[in-house]
Design a protein around this ligand. Structure first.
Ligand code: SF4
Length: 299
């Protein structure tokens, strides 16, 4: 396969995968929703979980997106330094999104700021959004595709705390955001928390936390314990599925962190809704691929 063929092949794969992600929830989300449905005791909440599963069945049967808001498409890329089409990835993602918009179809969600005009193809200035990490001594690329819907990112926020506010300040921030905006998305939510130096680093880490499989834990034991405690506390709010009360408010809490300046604690929070449309695919040097989030997926 020459370079041109590799570009065409990968564009086609990313088009099909992006389209697939809009119609099928990843395995970890489905498993968690089943678990929450099983242990739910509030009658209205049980009914809502049933409606969610019926929605997924119909999306599959009718081959249509499982929520009307297919979001702004974001790609979080862990690209091998030797990946053969590294320099072409932006164009590949852009063309894949344009094609998926027609084929899937995806709702038109890219409005050019200041021009205030919908581009009509989900592509615009810095959209699709791409976040890069370059992996040395690797010739493959692992790509997380995320559909950032208006609701599921609406409760996102970030701020810089004074150092004296400590980890208690982080907890207060998470609860303030959840209780102010948490029902503007469709719960149960997946909560990503970033703890870092500044607003932009904390916000980005909070979003990256949503790319982790549900229930995976931070490598630091204290951070892992904080994830569990936040999860327990947020569930006790009793927000329930679709915010209509229930035993669970969240599908999980993930924390990502970095070293930070001693005089700041940057904290960010991002949310995924119950329809957490996130897919991960690994593409090899020869353009063969493996879908990591949806077992048995055929695209
Ligand atoms: S919050 Fe999620 S499920 Fe609800 S409308 Fe938005 S994208 Fe759809």
């Amino acid at each position: 396969m020459d370079k041109k063929q590799k570009i065409e092949t990968m564009t086609d794969v990313m088009k099909k995968f992006t389209s697939y992600v809009g119609k099928h929830l990843p395995d970890d989300v489905t498993k968690k929703l089943i678990e929450l449905r099983e242990k739910e005791t509030v009658p209205i909440a049980k009914t809502i979980y049933e409606a969610m599963f019926e929605n997924q069945e119909l999306a599959n049967k009718l081959n249509v997106p499982c929520c009307q808001d297919t979001g702004v498409i974001q790609f979080f890329v862990e690209a091998g330094a030797d990946f053969p089409v590294l320099g072409e990835l932006r164009q590949i993602f852009t063309d894949a999104v344009k094609a998926a918009t027609i084929e899937s179809p995806l709702r038109h969600n890219a409005v050019e700021t200041f021009i205030e005009k919908n581009t009509g193809n989900n592509v615009g200035t810095r959209v699709p959004w791409i976040d890069w990490e370059i992996v040395p001594n690797s010739s493959s690329a692992t790509i997380h595709v995320y559909m950032a819907g208006g609701g599921c990112t609406l409760p996102g926020a970030a701020k810089v705390l004074m150092p004296g506010e400590g980890y208690e300040g982080v907890v207060k921030f998470v609860f303030d955001v959840m209780t102010s905006y948490g029902v503007n998305a469709c719960p149960p939510l997946l909560i990503g928390v970033g703890i870092s130096t500044a607003v932009e680093t904390a916000a980005l880490l909070s979003k990256k936390a949503l790319m982790r499989p549900i229930g995976s834990r931070h490598a630091n034991p204290q951070a892992a314990e904080m994830e569990l405690l936040l999860e327990k506390g947020l569930n006790e709010l009793g927000v329930g599925p679709q915010g209509l009360t229930g035993s669970s408010s969240v599908m999980g809490v993930h924390i990502e962190s970095s070293a930070r300046h001693p005089s700041t604690i940057g904290v960010g929070m991002s949310t995924g809704c119950w329809a957490h449309r996130r897919g991960t695919i690994r593409i090899n040097e020869d353009m063969t691929y493996e879908i990591l989030t949806h077992k048995g997926a055929k695209i």
